[in-house]
Design a binder for this molecule. Structure first.
Ligand code: F6R
Length: 369
């Protein structure tokens, strides 16, 4: 049942290229348009939207954070992301023209469900991104886009996360397309990059031996810090979350630019810092800023584990350990950069002797508030 893998989590990590392909399946026309006929919201409903809210918990919330960058960039309407457990206690401003996107692998997370009900009371239109057919969250939503990732057995979410990202990208591009903010050929260009990600991810997964060796090395660290900017920031948060929940180690993710406002004081001789470096193509400024943050932590003695794009040779000088990921447009990069962090957390946990699939104190679906 584990298909030759030691853990369900490793099996599910390996299934990610196929899971992405399955989420794309049937949702793209030959001309590279997004076809979301299954989403029961009319084009007019979607044209009327003047604000997007994304609400979720845990890893699904990190997918939502990435989606905000994509939606605002492509669709040019304001998009807020919030933890479901915080959302409904602060009197958020929603109305008929708000599109509320709730993201949940299980479709049963109570915090997310309560946020959804609150949004419906305020007359917002609710679109669920969900992996579990017929679960409560999609049933109570106005519309649903299923992720088609297949069942996720390991408690830690992996393939659900990447398929949630894909679903968010599809929704963003669909909105941009029907609202006329992006030309058809611009949408088609992003779509073709999305279609290339399963193969790129297969290639990446084939070269993860180094990460396994690194994990054995890091298993006794007292803390591991993660830094990123832009979409690399939620990736850093996700890397830290995986490590906490699986390896029971202290870990924290930071926006790289915030380090100097406090957290840099944590850095000591040998402190491992995982740095998610943006692509040098397109937005080189972003990449250069992260590189200077890496230099800052190195100057204080950090041991840097750098995740960077193929071809970014200049970054080698700042990396004690380099993990290379295939070239991907900036907004799609989390589909690549998250994966080594999943493997790192899984292997560190295993090296520390923990049950990777069933971490202590956690359940696969959290049906209490
Ligand atoms: C982390 C993890 C959790 C879930 C969170 C939301 O690996 O699995 O953080 O992402 O409990 O669950 P869903 O997506 O089912 O609503």
């Amino acid at each position: 049942e584990k298909g030759g893998y030691d853990y369900f989590m490793l099996k599910e990590i390996a299934e990610q290229p196929q899971a992405i392909a399955d989420t794309l399946l049937g949702r793209l026309s030959e001309r590279g348009e997004i076809v979301l006929d299954e989403v029961r919201l009319t084009d007019q409903d979607l044209r009327d939207v003047d604000k997007v809210f994304i609400v979720a918990c845990g890893t699904s919330y990190h997918a939502g954070m990435v989606a905000k960058y994509a939606i605002e960039h492509w669709v040019r309407i304001p998009c807020e992301v919030e933890l479901a457990s915080e959302f409904r206690y602060r009197d958020p401003i929603l109305d008929r023209s708000t599109l509320m996107i709730v993201i949940s692998q299980s479709g049963e997370t109570m915090d997310t469900l309560m946020a959804l009900r609150h949004a419906k009371e305020q007359k917002a239109r609710v679109l669920a991104i969900c992996n579990t057919n017929g679960s409560t969250i999609p049933r109570e939503s106005d519309a649903v886009l299923y992720t088609h990732g297949g069942p996720e057995i390991a408690v830690a979410s992996t393939k659900a996360f990447v398929t949630q990202l894909v679903a968010c990208y599809l929704i963003g591009l669909h909105l941009a397309q029907i609202r006329g903010v992006m030309y058809a050929d611009e949408v088609a260009a992003v779509v073709s990059k999305l279609q290339a990600t399963p193969d790129a991810l297969r290639e990446l997964l084939g070269g993860m031996e180094d990460v396994r060796a690194l994990a054995r090395d890091l298993r006794t660290a007292s803390t591991i810090l993660f830094i990123g900017r832009h979409v690399g920031f939620p990736v850093a948060l996700e890397g830290a979350l995986k490590l906490k929940e699986l390896a029971y180690m202290h870990a924290e993710g930071f926006a790289a630019g915030e380090l100097k406002h406090g957290p840099i004081a944590l850095i000591d001789e040998g402190t491992p810092v995982v740095c998610v470096v943006p692509s040098p193509a397109g937005r080189g400024v972003l990449r250069d800023k992260v590189v200077s943050n890496i230099q800052e932590v190195r100057a204080r003695g950090a041991r840097t584990i750098v995740i960077a794009e193929e071809g970014d040779d200049a970054v080698r000088a700042y990396a004690d350990h380099l993990i290379v990921v295939p070239r991907t447009p900036t907004l799609l990069a989390p589909l690549m950069t998250t994966v080594p962090l999943q493997i790192l957390a899984c292997e560190i946990a295993a090296a520390r002797g923990h049950d990777v699939d069933q971490p202590r104190n956690l359940a696969k679906s959290v049906t209490v508030e």
